[in-house]
Design a protein around this ligand. Sequence first.
Ligand SMILES: *Cc1c(COP(=O)(O)O)cnc(C)c1O
Length: 440
Amino acid sequence: MAETANKKSYKKIFSQLKDHNKWFENSIPLIASENVPSPAVREAIISDFGNRYAEGWPGERVYAGCIYIDEVEFECMKLAKKLFKAEFADVRAISGVVANLAIYSAFTNPGDVMLAPSIPAGGHISHGKKEHSGTAGLVHGLEIEFYPFDAEEMTIDVDKTIQKVEELKKLGRLPKMAMFGGSLFLFPHPVKELAEFLKGHGMHVNYDAAHVAGLIAGGEFQDPLREGADTMTMSTHKTLFGPQGGLVLGSEKHGDAIKKATFPGLTSSHHIHHMAAKAITFAEALEFGKDYAKDVIKNAKILAESLSGFGFKVLGESRGFTKSHQIAVNVLDYSDGGEVEANLEKANIIVNRQLIPGDIKAGRNYFHPGGIRLGVSEITRLGMKGSEMKEIASFIKQVVIDKKDPKKILPKVKSLRKDFQKVHYCFDKKLGAYEYVKLR
Ligand SMILES: *Cc1c(COP(=O)(O)O)cnc(C)c1O
């Protein structure tokens, strides 16, 4: 019988999946929001947990069949609390955005004002205004006021924030929530400096650790829950090297409101296979997270210094470029972030274009912003160290500054990648980092 169109599609999808894995085996993945999970996490993801429902809280489910799921979920919560030294953990949010929505739903009402970083100042679209289709505005009806940002220091301006809150109070627009954390995130946010003041004005303080959760877990960035944040939300797959998912943490007194917001408010199935994989990740992070976080930050600094040494305008120079896994580079001397992103991709160097402070005022947009953002979380997990960072900086320089044909750099990228095919900072390393697993 001739092959049907359906069968052709079916086969084509598998060949595309394999091509993707092969491509990443030969690339330098520098997307700051990505990481590569361990073989153990991948194993949990393909387990039967992924085909089950376990609605509600463990021990209080609405369906039967949850005996082992409940045991794993209790362990998952225990590990999450230990890792982040939190009294309460809800491990059910299926993503960082959903974790933020749980916090909005639990602690604010539509029409309330929230203080958050703007996008060029590092904020995430889930903190954004309705007119930008931001989650906070569009989905929960929050009104957004931006923190004043210091582009030299690349962080929230403390004094100007205090002034702004006083002004908002006079206007009858006192925020109900203050959101820290962001997506372009080079230096810790001033939680210690501002939390008491903000809470004194009745605000709930949340810290969105989506990007830096792994660094916080490793004790190498800042410790928001000790610095005054009421709650902390995150993704579980950025510097915290787990499955795609979310996590909400807080103290016992916030537990009930968060639980209700998450279920039934925001999830029905909470993707049980990812929950199990989160538990594995928390165990890995407890065991290896400190070394990993240290190595990530060290690598980011070396890559930033090397790029700056080649003449790139790396942001945050006055503060040593970065204290996180990220580096932001203003590329306007050579072209724009969009073009640089596309050229580097031809050399298998995967980065993202990035709006940076000043872009919106200068009329630049998301497609052609002034910067690029680089993250070293994934290449660090592959075992790369300082000498590889210097080599990568030189590849980037050759493509962007020397305008060499990216195809000429491609073989060098592939050859660098040859020796880095395993995931480090985990218990079991049998499977290659991007090894394709065929079950059929
Ligand atoms: C990535 C990110 C999110 C969204 O996380 P998802 O898990 O993709 O939903 C939320 N907040 C910040 C600051 C982020 O960078």
